[in-house]
Design a protein around this ligand. Structure first.
Ligand code: CP
Length: 310
């Protein structure tokens, strides 16, 4: 694997290999006081973030450090981007300085793909850490890792993805990855928060959360992306919460084995009740924990495995 830009088109066998590597790394490091492997010694990983992040940036930094890579964080707000430098010039500068891998988050859909084209000549790997409303592939991989742990195989499991699908790169990456791994995906959202062309996606669509909950193995609540709603928010926050929030009453409709996910950051009380987010059914903290091992696995497959340059 040379880059990780999207789950759309990602070979399910390769995705499974990454998930298996993450699982192996998790078990290797379990209970160790010093979590350090020599695998990426001498390699340089740079995170380049044009949007805010807590989970993705921190877990990539920890993942790189636990594998002994040199990790450097660049945020647009404190770099020469603030002086007007373009994304292309910034990327070429980082590659010239010695980056083996650039992990990029950017508000423009397609930014990671463009970066991979510009960095083809220096041969620097690119990971998409979220590009606009397009994709967030490592989030989907960590979600799949968490679901595999809780449910075993994803084959024929029914997963509801709920809420602001329109603006969600997490939803898009999960639709492609989970369906590629054999799960059945149902999108539950108001018509105003579904993307154009949803009928071409490998999903079914519902507007009735209460009707879907009794038949799902997992429910993935999405963040409402107010920062991408330039024309306002319809339905209103209150209407949204009533129709699509995962309340304590709604949680009771779920089967006992069902898993509750949220990629974070969560709006407690609107997207999900605090009591649900903190309940035993919730795997939200596990998602974050698994994010480190999944990102270690991604760096391994990009920079250290036999198929790294493929
Ligand atoms: N899930 C996610 O991408 O979180 P951050 O924005 O904190 O990285």
């Amino acid at each position: 694997m040379k880059h990780l830009l999207a789950t759309d088109g990602l070979d399910p066998a390769l995705a499974t290999a990454v998930l298996d590597t993450a699982d192996e790394l998790k078990h290797t490091l379990l209970g160790r006081e010093v979590k350090k492997l020599p695998t990426l010694r001498g390699r340089t990983v740079i995170t380049l973030f044009y949007e805010n992040s807590t989970r993705t940036r921190v877990s990539f930094e920890i993942a790189g450090k636990w594998m002994s890579a040199d990790v450097i964080n660049v945020s647009a707000s404190s770099s020469s981007v603030n002086k007007g430098e373009s994304l292309r010039d910034t990327a070429l500068t980082l590659a010239a300085a010695g980056a083996d891998c650039v992990i990029v988050r950017h508000p423009a859909s397609g930014a990671a793909q463009r970066l991979s084209e510009w960095l083809a000549e220096p041969g620097t790997s690119v990971v998409n850490a979220g590009d606009g409303t397009h994709e967030h592939p490592t989030q989907a991989l960590l979600d799949a890792a968490t679901l595999r742990e809780r449910l075993g195989s994803l084959k024929d499991r029914r997963i509801a993805i709920v809420g602001d699908v329109l603006h969600s790169r997490v939803a898009r990456s999960n639709i492609h990855l989970l369906s590629g791994l054999g799960a059945e995906v149902v999108l539950v959202a108001p018509p105003t928060l579904l993307p154009y062309g949803v009928e071409s996606l490998p999903v079914t669509v519902s507007h009735d959360l209460d009707a879907e909950l009794p038949a799902v193995d997992a429910v993935m609540m999405l963040r409402v992306q107010a920062e991408r709603m330039h024309g306002g928010f319809f339905p209103s926050a209150r209407e949204y919460s009533i129709a699509y929030g995962l309340s304590e009453r709604r949680q009771k409709l779920l089967p006992d084995h069902a898993v509750v996910l949220h990629p974070g950051p969560m709006l407690r009380g609107m997207e999900i009740a605090s009591a649900v987010a903190d309940s035993p059914a919730s795997a939200i903290t596990e998602q974050v924990r698994n994010g480190v091992h999944v990102r270690m696995a991604v760096l391994y497959h990009l920079l250290a495995s036999e198929g790294a340059a493929a």
